[in-house]
Design a protein around this ligand. Sequence first.
Ligand SMILES: [Zn+2]
Length: 290
Amino acid sequence: MEEKEEEIVVMEYVCRHCGSTFYTTSNKKIEVCAICESTSFDMNNRKTNENLSIIPFRKTIKAAQNDYNRKTMWNPLIPFSFKGKKKIKSIQKVFLPALLVNASQKGQFVFSGEDHENSGRMVEVKKYDVYENVRVDYQGVLLNSSTKINDRKFISLCDYDCKQVRDFNSSDIKEASYLVGDVYVEEVGEKGRKKIFKNTLMLAQNEVRHSYSKLKEDNTVIEFSDSKQVLLPVYLLSISYKDRIYQYMMNGESGKSHFSLPVAFFPTFLFFLLLFGILFSIGYFIIQYL
Ligand SMILES: [Zn+2]
């Protein structure tokens, strides 16, 4: 049976500076690129009939602003000039593209194990072939499908509740936009496969009770039981400071955030000097008077 696909009319914005492509509804205007802050776009009307799923926003824009302020205001390592609110160039509700997979890996690994035993003055090396059966199920693994967001940032945000996943509809982007994935699904799946393999191998290696275990043979298969393209809610704050763009990102569902900080050298130095001074004084006081 053929799946029914609804066509959605969207406005496409392609950033002239970084090439990021965003889709939104025609009544919402994108002023600034959420990735690079450029204000120059190529715009087109588009029809899209991709089968997308979505996790809706739960956190408000106010919550994202508050979290950003808390994270920056009280951090002594961030330059003062950075803390001013005027430095926030834009704050946007954006959905990031991802692939959500359920998978399992099963079969057998063969390891060449090795133990070193001391018998008298000799060190005896004993070699073994170790057969390890594996069966690991993976539920709700999220994989980044955009080259515009680096994997490290992506992973640091990813504590989404996959039970919230539902079908995408055009009202989801009335006040938001979504970044269009630019990595082929097959390629993302391949990345997921490697990630799963690495994890299963690590789990199996921990089970092998020998001082050395190297994978000799892999007789396992990884099967995806389910995979879908899903849009993840994120607040993106672009902050420009000394000709660089810093990105603060907050998971729009759980509130988990990521911020790569500029570190000010002088305040950092002053901060540690002060800290050292206080600790030294306390120490001195204790020795002298107690
Ligand atoms: Zn851009």
